[in-house]
Design a protein around this ligand. Sequence first.
Ligand SMILES: Cc1cc2nc3c(=O)[nH]c(=O)nc-3n(C[C@H](O)[C@H](O)[C@H](O)COP(=O)(O)OP(=O)(O)OC[C@H]3O[C@@H](n4cnc5c(N)ncnc54)[C@H](O)[C@@H]3O)c2cc1C
Length: 449
Amino acid sequence: MRTYKSDVVVIGGGLAGICAALELLDAGKSVTILDRDGEENFGGLAKESFGGIFVVGSREQKRNGIEDSPAQALADWCAFAEFGAADHWPRRWAEAYTGRCHDEVYLWLKANGIGFFPVPHWVERGLHVRGNSVPRFHIVWGTGRELALQLIARLRNHTNAAKLAVHFGHRVEGFTTLMGEISGCSGALEDGGEPFEAFGEAIVVASGGINGGDLAKVRQHWHADWRTPPQTILNGSHRFADGRLHDAVGRAGGNLTHLDRMWDYAAGVRHWQPRKPNHGLSVVPPRSALWVDWRGRRFAPPLVTGFDTRDLVTQVCATERQYSWQILNRRIALKELAISGAEFNPSIRDRKRLAFLRDLLFGNRWLVDTLIDNCEDVVVADTLPALVAKMNALQGDNAVDLEALGEAVSRYDAQVALGPDRFEDEQLKRLALLRQWKGDRIRTCNFQK
Ligand SMILES: Cc1cc2nc3c(=O)[nH]c(=O)nc-3n(C[C@H](O)[C@H](O)[C@H](O)COP(=O)(O)OP(=O)(O)OC[C@H]3O[C@@H](n4cnc5c(N)ncnc54)[C@H](O)[C@@H]3O)c2cc1C
């Protein structure tokens, strides 16, 4: 049996584990990081992520004339968090984060070599209740991949690096106790199954969420607002974030809460080169697309991204088949179609300014053509009847109603033709609102038929 000893054991080498280890090294503690994955995946899911970070009072906000404060951010947070009477710690977290994120996240990251986009994004503006009243989503120049690489480098080069041990291929399965207290954790090597134990004064569990693995936990904790879990759920999470250690924490007497408050998206397509079961890509839904249900009927009220992501999931899950379609032309696709994460944003990931500007100004041809050529969930045609035929072929029946879809398209196009002063269509009104913010204007078509 392999045995490790240090002041603190950190389970998981994603961003959470890395940040915990950095703080511990700063405090002069010895640290053991244990991770199931291989060294090439050190950094966890962040390496695949987009790298948007909620910050209050940043220089980027000030440069863009955005007035923000911790009190305003906290008021926004409390409005959409729907805190219950028992939510003491979530409320404390909201207070701590809004009050401290400028110095302890934003300035700390900047001091560690992280740069941000000059214009913050305005996400989750709120729909039924108030959301973010100003743009606060700051995109890391280099995506989450750069974030992970910079923090790993800082860990490796830390003045106390001699006090750090990182062991990959180590799957933790449970905790050990001594006199009724947690004294360590135990598990087995992924390769060969040799058992190990690790002991410390404290054990930090940073093994990710519950949305990975075989999605059993996602189905188990599916939020009541979303009816029953859909037949097919795509997965963008870490393949080892399977909730195994959540169960172990529960067995050890830990308090597990809010497992149904998971972050899911309404729009995803299948990855054509999957690296995990049901590997999905998170589509940033084009705002100028017509969002229709499995029968080709437009949602009413229309669905538009940027306001309330949870509500989009609620609306799609309320339909019989719990999936949807987005209807768009090539012009909309070039300007608005995006896939979240590092993999499909190479100009941002690799920090290529010219390529990024080219995509912004002339449209992301590479992405659109890659999706058309490879993704089985993307269908294209020159006419609406031909498109509907392809949609139905993909669904395996004739559920998409050409007449209903044709009518929705004609009505919308007629509204566009009226011009902004006479819009009655809710989607067009929302597009007009979004386009008032320059960060959205540059990524949203000017009322496209
Ligand atoms: C496409 C995409 C875009 C995203 N964009 C954003 C964004 O813009 N902004 C944002 O805030 N978030 C974003 N995210 C989410 C973000 O990447 C994650 O929330 C974050 O990286 C999670 O970090 P973590 O350290 O908590 O967990 P993870 O990165 O999942 O790390 C957990 C680690 O624990 C290890 N582990 C698990 N179980 C065990 C075990 N039993 N024993 C040992 N080790 C174990 C795993 O191998 C893994 O290395 C995005 C995610 C994706 C996929």
